[in-house]
Unconditional design. Structure first.
Length: 74
């Protein structure tokens, strides 16, 4: 399997985890923890939209990687 396709899926998974985890952390009044958006001062007040964008981007990259991998397999 070409590394580029696998990399899309890995980056998609990381973005998805950051987005979902960040949303849960924000809604459950968690502390800064390890979610990226919580550590970028420029994004203060934009945590929910940015984390939602991470979720969408993660899903799209994961689906694109999977689609490209399946297309190459046939």
């Amino acid at each position: 399997m070409p590394e580029g396709m696998r990399m899309l899926e890995i980056v998609g998974l990381v973005l998805l985890m950051q987005g979902v985890g960040g949303l849960l952390n924000h809604w459950l009044d968690g502390d800064a923890s390890w979610y990226v958006v919580n550590h970028v001062d420029a994004l203060a007040g934009w945590e929910v939209p940015v984390n939602a964008l991470f979720v969408v981007a993660g899903l799209l990259l994961g689906a694109l990687g999977e689609r490209r991998r399946r297309a190459r397999a046939t």
